[in-house]
Design a protein. Sequence first.
Length: 152
Amino acid sequence: MKSPLKDPLGTKLYYSISEVAELTRLPPYTLRAWEKEFACLRPRRARGKNRAYRERDIQIILLIKSLLYDQRYTMEGVKQKLLNEPELLRGTGTEPPARQPAEPVGGGNGPEPVVDPSVAPWPEPAAADSGTRARALLATAREELREILDLL
């Protein structure tokens, strides 16, 4: 079956919210709500306030949709899973936000995520002086930029 979109996924740089809604089979209001809930989902804004989704944004949306609908995680459970398992986002070309201490997630239908302190999404800079800390942050940023270049 042919896609109703003029350009199938992978042939355009940016997609409108209506195109993403059609591709993911989610209503636009759900996409807007998830944008507020998940820090890793931040589409660019084009021509004023219009959202411009990239392929990696669509991959994140599909990942969140799978975790919520297929694996039956709660919203909080998905947030914790994305923080605790950064490799899920690495496949989409993005990194999670800075790690926050995990709180127990309760009241959901899905399994609760397990916090593994040995897996940190961002390397912890040395607690020495500010120069050492700045060098560590620059090294992290440099590594992330190299990963982004590899994706392009």
